[in-house]
Design a protein around this ligand. Structure first.
Ligand code: SF4
Length: 322
């Protein structure tokens, strides 16, 4: 196809999109640990939910494991992923005298602290989140088994019976759908008016900003492409948000080669965004793939500015400065 015969296509590029401060910090921790301590650096679970990032770090010498039992006693560091870990994980690492670096996002750690405070104040805790997600496993694992009840849906909130409705608190996963969570919270606050809510929203700024940016353009485009991994909660939510806002085709892809072009037949405009764990290079790849088939006009739709950055662990700050 020549440039002249390509059909026109408007690409609306969401901003903010892609890496958040927690993901950026987690990747830096692995990279700096490799630089300072050499390979191998063990990483418990995918450091962030993105295959491209994981493969890149593996090539540099990171070794990904699911449990500490897979790691030999060779004195090399182990990094805990951005999603957070149950309390038993650092306890086990300490008992084996392992050197560990915690890449848990500070905004996930904030939710862990809230859970601990509620527990100390003898409140029954409800966690709104998705069963089986590592963040949920990590948050529930901050407290003894049975202290936290997981609610996933409005139906769960309607069916929930607390021990004492006067001593109840809720916390949430950081990467949920804003609208779904609001609906669940509405049910809880209507049923239990004394329930204690987080002082500041648990859904993080990055999740919020990316969903708002998608909402802004989803009604204007013929299709929405979300770059992200199928096991990335915030990426899945972006795909759903676009669909619910009436976008006729909303697709989550890991990279450009996953695009099913047959689903995009006849489109004149497309929105592009990326989950918080998807690197910008994969977004560029998608835009290039569209440019190979269409005469594209790219417009940036900026919905918010992000300036948040998190401190690195003490052990790595000096290496970062060098
Ligand atoms: S999505 Fe939010 S909670 Fe998760 S790592 Fe990024 S900033 Fe932290």
């Amino acid at each position: 196809m020549t440039e002249a015969t390509k059909p026109p296509l408007d690409i609306l590029l969401c901003a903010p999109r892609g890496f958040c401060a927690g993901v950026d910090r987690a990747i830096q921790i692995v990279e700096l640990a490799l630089k300072k301590f050499g390979a191998p650096v063990y990483v418990r679970h995918e450091i962030v939910h993105n295959r491209y990032v994981v493969d890149g770090l593996r090539d540099k010498g990171a070794v990904f494991v699911e449990e500490l039992t897979e790691i030999p006693d060779d004195g090399q560091p182990v990094v805990f992923s951005a999603h957070g870990v149950p309390k038993s994980v650092p306890e086990n690492a300490r008992s084996r005298q392992m050197f560990f670096l915690d890449a848990t996002c500070p905004l996930v750690s904030k939710v862990h602290k809230e859970a601990q405070i509620h527990f100390k104040r003898e409140r029954e805790i409800v966690l709104i989140g998705h069963a089986g997600h590592p963040e949920v496993i990590g948050t529930m694992g901050q407290l003894p088994e049975g202290s936290v009840t997981l609610l996933e849906t409005v139906e769960d909130a309607l069916a929930f019976t607390p021990k004492d409705p006067e001593r109840l608190a809720f916390i949430t996963q950081t990467t949920l759908s804003i609208d779904d969570t609001a609906a669940i919270v509405r049910v809880l606050t209507e049923r239990f008016p004394s329930i204690t809510a987080p002082h500041k929203e648990d859904i993080c700024y990055a999740t919020t900003n990316r969903q708002e940016a998608v909402k802004r353009i989803a009604g204007q485009v013929d299709a929405m492409i979300v770059v992200g991994a199928p096991n990335s909660s915030n990426s899945q939510r972006l795909r759903e948000v676009a669909e619910r806002e009436g976008c006729p085709v909303s697709i989550l892809i890991q990279r450009a080669s996953d695009i099913d072009w047959s689903r995009l037949d006849g489109i004149r405009s497309v929105g592009v965004t990326a989950g918080a764990s998807a690197p910008e290079i994969l977004v560029e790849e998608v835009i290039d793939a569209f440019a190979a088939r269409y005469a594209v006009k790219v417009e940036l739709v900026q919905n918010a500015e992000e300036t948040i950055a998190f401190n690195l662990p003490r052990e790595l700050r000096l290496s970062a400065a060098e």
